[in-house]
Design a protein around this ligand. Structure first.
Ligand code: ATP
Ligand code: MG
Length: 574
């Protein structure tokens, strides 16, 4: 490609509406342009990288026996009504009507669609297992589209679905995909980590998210500094540590004026926050419930919602408390009789705690569940695990990192085969529900994550396997025939050798070309200048570390081929 013809509208200014580095750099490097909120055009440079990521994904899916298909983005409402998700999915489902008023949606995912294909054409156990995948555009009318390709409303996803005879088969498919995902993200040059993830309403163990580690990540990951345990903060938890028994002291009511928070109470009573039990009122589908948690802990609403099995969950405000006008901050469980009380696992083990007194600005001291001072209807793990706590699996300690979810794999078991009646005829002649799994990779989000991890003040630093081009040739002066000819000849030679190279033949100052080269992030810059050329050399500069060296013109091709091969090998996996 010659830069004079290349459509890469680079920008010197940082665009105002871009918050994170990858978004800024993709706009500045002329890779993407916004069409509407969360809807983007991929310009040539982005599209080249996207196609490379897709190719890596294809190779790894195919290697595990995946077969590529392409399903429509437009899906009839009926299949979503059949699975029950037409209502459950809510506003994120992008609904459309055809000219006859029939309902459709633009697919946010394809479990229903692929189940239908299976249901219509697969009959016998002899045809199983099957692994079908596609690389296709998805639509989700996200509440907060942002960060460019990271969270958009139209985006490219690879989604694979596995169909197996039984749970053992599913385990096998899941493990194949777990391995394939590790290979994909390694080959994309990402620093990532698979973590145990929430499997939502489906329950049971059986989901991992693949997290690219980056400060801009929207997800929090907890991991052990000693063993290899890691999980998202949504599900990370541990058994409560044993508590030293204490003598249960007599309960006492004390004034605690203007103490609206746990910290205020602790300070006023000169106690640590872990001696206090927080009492929170929640509205779960209009039903009021109480949740108790140690004062220094945070309630994990994802765990709470999955325990309660409700669709809507929100903190109840003052007005909706049916507690006789009690103030938030002074609520407690003692004497409450009509409302269901849920407690985090740590609460019933605690001695002599402080709780709100439900009586003006007062608290109760020395409250003991074990003495029957208050009631708990159900205990469960309802809190976030915190950095610094002991690892759930070993003596190590928990650390916190931020991550970008680039992929997720999921055991669906028979969730969809049950609701959509997707069966096969088993060897014994009986109809059985097929056991399914689903596995997604965000292609655009992966690209954004690569840039998020690999850049400097001047621009993008591509890992070789996903770089839009591998090298750029810059003649420093476009009026000197010898330089221009050398650059042209080198370009022709490299193209013939299969190197993905750009010749920057624009009528621009060298400084402009260098700036663009750094911004776009070509892994290798080959500068053709008079001084080095007098010695028969060109100057080769590596984008990743700025190292420069002279290479004889005749050697450039083999030097470059070796370098490219070595860089790709760095991202390979056995
Ligand atoms: P998130 O929690 O970030 O909303 P999700 O868990 O809903 O994502 P999945 O249904 O697991 O996403 O989709 C598979 C993959 O598709 C994700 O791992 C992510 O890489 C990508 N993805 C999901 N939503 C978006 C989006 N709005 N924009 C870009 N990529 C997305
Ligand atoms: Mg996910």
């Amino acid at each position: 490609m010659k830069a004079s013809n290349m459509f890469a509208p680079t920008l010197r200014e940082v665009p105002a509406d871009a918050e994170i580095i990858s978004h800024k750099l993709m706009l500045r490097a002329g890779m993407i342009r916004k069409t509407a909120s969360g809807v983007y055009t991929y310009l040539p440079l982005a599209w080249r990288s996207i196609r490379k990521i897709e190719e890596i994904v294809r190779q790894e899916m195919d290697a595990k026996g995946g077969q590529e298909v392409l399903m429509p983005a437009v899906q009839p409402a009926e299949i979503w009504q059949e699975s029950g998700r037409w209502n459950v999915y809510g506003a994120e489902l992008w609904r459309v009507k055809d000219r006859n008023g029939r309902d459709f949606c633009l697919g946010p995912t394809h479990e229903e669609m692929i189940s239908m294909i299976f249901r219509n054409d697969v009959r016998s156990y002899k045809q199983l297992p099957q692994l079908w995948y596609q690389i296709q555009t998805k639509y989700r009318d996200e509440r907060r589209p942002r960060f460019g390709l990271m969270r958009s409303r139209e985006f490219i996803m690879k989604d694979l679905y596995s169909f197996d005879l039984d749970e053992a088969g599913l385990d096998k498919s899941y493990n194949l995909m777990y391995d394939a995902y590790n290979r994909v993200f390694t080959r994309c040059g990402l620093n990532f980590r698979p973590v145990e993830a929430d499997s939502g309403a489906i329950g049971g163990k059986g989901s991992h998210e693949f997290m690219a580690l980056a400060d801009a990540g929207e997800s929090a990951i907890l991991y052990c500094d000693t063993c290899d345990w890691a999980a998202t903060d949504e599900i990370a938890g541990r058994e409560p540590l044993p508590v030293e028994p204490e003598e249960m002291l007599p309960m006492e009511k004390v004034d605690t004026p203007s103490c609206g928070t746990v910290e205020d109470v602790a300070k006023f009573l000169s106690l640590p926050t872990n001696r206090i039990v927080k009492t929170m009122y929640y509205k779960a589908d209009e039903q009021l419930v109480i949740v108790l948690v140690r004062g220094d802990r945070r309630i994990n609403e994802i765990k709470l919602q999955s325990l309660l099995g409700c669709n809507e969950l929100e903190l109840a405000d003052n007005a909706s408390l049916s507690t006789g006008g009690q103030k938030v901050g002074y609520l407690g469980p003692v004497g409450v009789d009509k409302i269901k009380i849920y407690a985090d696992n740590e609460v019933p083990l605690m001695y002599n705690v402080v709780v709100g007194a439900n009586d003006g600005e007062r608290h109760l001291l020395n409250v003991n569940y074990q003495r029957g001072d208050f009631r708990i209807d159900q205990t469960a793990d309802l809190r976030y695990l915190e950095e610094g706590e002991q690892c759930p699996h070993c003596q190590g300690h928990v650390k916190l990192a931020r991550g970008i979810e680039v992929g997720q794999i999921f055991k669906l078991h028979t969730k969809y085969s049950d609701s959509l009646h997707v069966n096969y005829t088993a060897e014994d002649g009986h109809e059985r529900p097929v056991v399914m799994g689903c596995y997604g990779i965000g292609i655009g989000r992966t690209l954004a994550a690569v840039i998020e991890q690999s850049h400097d003040d001047d621009g993008i630093i591509w890992p070789m396997p996903v770089a839009p081009y591998q090298a750029v040739i810059i003649p420093v002066n476009d009026r000197e025939t010898e330089l221009v000819n050398t650059a042209e000849n080198l370009y022709t030679e490299l193209i013939a050798a299969g190197v993905e190279v750009v010749l920057d033949n624009r009528q621009e100052r060298a400084g402009v070309k260098f700036k663009d080269a750094d911004l776009i992030g070509y892994p290798v810059r080959i500068t053709v200048g008079a001084k080095a050329l007098a010695r028969g050399n060109v100057e080769v500069r590596l984008r990743q570390n700025g190292e420069m060296q002279e290479v004889a013109v005749a050697e450039v091709k083999s030097w470059l081929q070796d370098y490219i091969a070595a860089e790709i090998a760095k991202c390979s996996i056995n």
